[in-house]
Design a protein around this ligand. Structure first.
Ligand code: SAM
Length: 345
């Protein structure tokens, strides 16, 4: 089945996602972003509750059900595609179950490669107990099918807020590094040989020149024996540890194109698309990085647990196509209504 007819930018499909995925062509989707129902949390407004995920008697059945869905999703995903999976946890009998990780490990055991465990810090959080801390985050796992996958890093770089500038110390990087302290450490080093000192100074001059010319925005220099190294000391796993032994220093450059976002995202939970239903809607803001980085322009984003259509809506706004699969006819109606303003643009 081809779920997206030519010239169509989106489709919402009513049904059980596992059955629908089974009908879909292999390697036809660029990116999957989804938030399945959490285990034992709530019953959605679905008549077809025999298919509804989240109501399994034991959590192990829930893990199995999701593993089946994402095994089928893997077939449907292109070789260079990505899956972003948002899952929440649950306490039973005072015990935190670790559900996101139980599912994630099962997916890894089934061949998915995990690239990131993003912490979605929801800022507000809920306080229901007095004998433990407030819950304020959920996981968003980024999985890929193969080691070579589509990733447009430039589309999500954070531009430096401060540019290099001139001060009484000469040119300084965006965080005020002038190189003076590094030069002193090189001179005073008892670890470096005279040749290593000369080479380290030359390298320092070179990076300062790059700062001056705007090629590099910022840098950090590590000198053997002078500072604590911010990497593994194991030369088998760290290229920087090798460089430090061989040359006596290394320089980490921060490009003026900006740096990549971290794996902690501070985004408040959705307020604007609240419905009367129990659907746990995630904010469109949460989908920006996944879509921009891992779905090519005009590519197809699929959400197998589409709910009120947040993923499809965000995909359309960012110039991608979207497919949502959802068990509830009510939520599909909401989704259709929701994307009308975007389609009118
Ligand atoms: C957490 S909600 C998704 C919310 C969505 N991210 C949004 O922003 O609106 C999970 C959805 O999965 C749907 N669902 C549960 N089992 C399903 C199944 N087997 N196939 C398709 N949808 C299913 C539920 O009806 C619910 O709408």
């Amino acid at each position: 089945m081809n779920p997206l007819k030519e010239d169509c930018r989106y489709n919402f499909i009513l049904g059980d996602c596992l059955s629908v995925l089974k009908e879909m062509e292999s390697e036809s989707i660029d990116c999957i972003i989804t938030s399945p129902p959490y285990w034992g949390m709530r019953t959605y407004d679905n008549d077809e509750s025999e298919y509804e995920i989240g109501n399994e008697p034991q959590f192990i059945n829930y893990v199995d059900a999701l593993t089946k869905v994402f095994t089928e999703a893997k077939r449907v995903l292109k070789k260079e595609g990505s899956l972003w999976l948002n899952l929440g946890d649950k306490y039973v009998d005072k015990k935190l179950l670790g559900m996101p990780w139980r599912v994630a490990i099962s997916l890894m055991d089934n061949g998915w490669i995990m690239r990131n465990d993003v912490i979605w810090h929801q800022l507000k959080g809920t306080q229901s107990c007095k004998d433990r801390l407030r819950d304020s985050y959920e996981h968003i796992f980024h999985f890929v099918k193969s080691k070579k996958y589509f990733y447009d890093a430039d589309a999500i770089r954070i531009k430096p807020s401060k540019m290099p500038s001139m001060s009484k110390n000469g040119i300084t990087s965006s965080t005020g590094v002038s190189g003076k302290k590094y030069r002193k450490l090189i001179h005073e080093s008892r670890e470096l040989t005279e040749i290593e000192k000369i080479n380290a100074e030359k390298a320092l001059d070179k990076v300062l020149e790059e700062i001056k010319n705007g090629v590099v925005n910022d840098f950090r220099m590590t000198i053997r024996g002078a500072q604590r190294a911010w990497h593994s000391n194991n030369t088998k796993i760290s290229g920087r540890a090798k460089e430090l032994i061989a040359k006596g220093y290394y320089i980490m450059r921060i490009s003026s194109n900006g740096h990549l976002p971290s794996d902690v995202w501070n985004i408040v939970t959705e307020d604007t698309w609240r419905t009367d239903s129990h659907c746990a809607v995630y904010p469109e803001e949460l989908l920006k990085i996944p879509i921009l980085a891992t779905c090519p322009k005009n590519g197809i984003v699929l959400d197998p647990f589409s709910g009120t259509g947040t993923t499809v809506s965000a995909a359309l706004k960012l110039g991608r196509k979207g497919i949502g699969i959802e068990l509830s006819p009510e939520y599909l109606k909401i989704s259709q209504r929701r994307i009308q303003p975007t389609l009118a643009l």
